[in-house]
Design a protein around this ligand. Structure first.
Ligand SMILES: [Zn+2]
Length: 357
């Protein structure tokens, strides 16, 4: 999936044929800077003419780049401090851990417990490697992610590389915060600003890359402020809140007074969107399906097995299918037409309560 905006694409394409100056990608977290940098690096290293399209069949070089395994694309990330005596290469294990996480989920990050930075030893390693022409590939590409976390002495160390990069070296620094980049480096880089991603792009990515249900993606994308990271957090939070609430209701509904039932129905109706209410009902149905099976080892919601097993004792299994029908009916109606959600949910919850009797 190509996340680049037209502005970013035309800026980068213009450089593909020429000598590429040091580049500085600036923009908030989660808006696709790193994704664009990796894709640009892939295009730089691609040997095909014309270059491989991301959506088409990829050459061997491009496949390696996409897998984050290309020998000429070098990733630099901040890693925890090793204290005194830091040597070139001693952060490679940590950088490897970060890449392992990214190979499974590109927008995820390995989080270290300690404070991280890019140290001078890494800057020296970049310079050393930059002066060697890569085997079988035209150019070495260095992606310095979170360049704002590069220590000042490390920034000073790569200054020479920024001033006079060897012809076969491409340096791309990525930052959320321009102020932390030394003015001497800033002024010598071509800057490219990244804007928040379009909501439709975030939605597409949630559905295609993360297999998020379309309904959930449609709710999260507009609230994400164009950040994939934020969109994923919103999806997780919504799933969690709706799911927890569904189990609270299953556990409480049978014995709770009518006022509790109505209060909870109103709470659900205020979830903010039809889609989130529909997802809540989906969870509720899933819980009653487990109650219907009556067999704890067959429960789908194993994390709630104890509560659900206790509920099976409260229910005549012949009555649970009617509960499921009512939930599914309400779910479909909420998605299909503009009905009064408060009334529909109060009716549903009271019906479930009465079906038990
Ligand atoms: Zn290619």
């Amino acid at each position: 999936m190509d996340l680049k905006s037209d502005h970013v694409r035309s800026f980068l394409n213009a450089y593909l044929r020429d000598r590429i100056p040091p580049l500085l990608f600036i923009g908030p977290e989660g808006v696709g800077k790193e994704h664009a940098a990796v894709d640009f690096a892939r295009l730089i290293c691609c040997n095909r003419r014309p270059k491989c399209e991301l959506a088409g069949t990829l050459c061997e070089s491009c496949q390696k780049a996409v897998r984050l395994e290309h020998h000429a694309i070098h990733f630099v990330y901040p890693t925890p401090s090793m204290g005194g005596g830091e040597k070139p290469g001693d952060d490679e294990t940590e950088i490897g851990k970060i890449l392992d996480v990214k190979r499974l989920d590109f927008f995820d990050t390995h989080r270290f417990a300690k404070k991280v930075s890019i140290r001078i030893a890494r800057a020296r390693a970049i310079i050393q490697r930059a002066n060697i022409k890569p085997f079988g590939s035209g150019r070495n590409v260095f992606l310095v992610c979170r360049a704002d976390l590069m220590r000042e002495e490390a920034q000073n160390a790569i200054l020479k590389l920024v001033e006079e990069p060897p012809g076969h070296t491409v340096l791309i620094c990525l930052t959320e915060n321009l102020d932390s980049i030394l003015p001497t480096i800033r002024s010598r880089c071509q800057r490219l600003r990244f804007s928040p991603l379009r909501s439709s792009l975030v939605e597409g990515l949630l559905v295609d890359y993360y297999s998020t249900p379309v309904t959930a993606a449609r709710v999260a994308a507009p609230m994400s402020q164009g950040s994939i990271r934020r969109a994923r957090e919103i999806v997780a939070e919504q799933d969690d809140v709706g799911r927890k609430h569904a189990y609270e209701i299953v556990a409480g509904l049978v014995d709770a007074p009518q006022s509790w039932v109505i209060k909870n129905a109103l709470m659900v109706s205020r979830y903010g969107s039809r889609d989130s209410v529909a997802r809540f009902l989906h969870e509720l149905a899933s819980a009653y399906r487990d109650i219907m099976t009556g067999e704890e080892s067959l429960f789908i919601n194993q994390d709630q097995a104890r509560m659900l097993a206790a509920q099976t004792g409260n229910w005549d299994p012949r009555r649970v299918p009617a509960v499921l029908d009512r939930i599914i009916e309400t779910h479909d109606e909420i998605l299909r037409r503009n009905l009064n959600m408060e009334a529909a949910l109060v009716d549903l919850f009271l019906d479930i309560k009465h079906l038990r009797c």
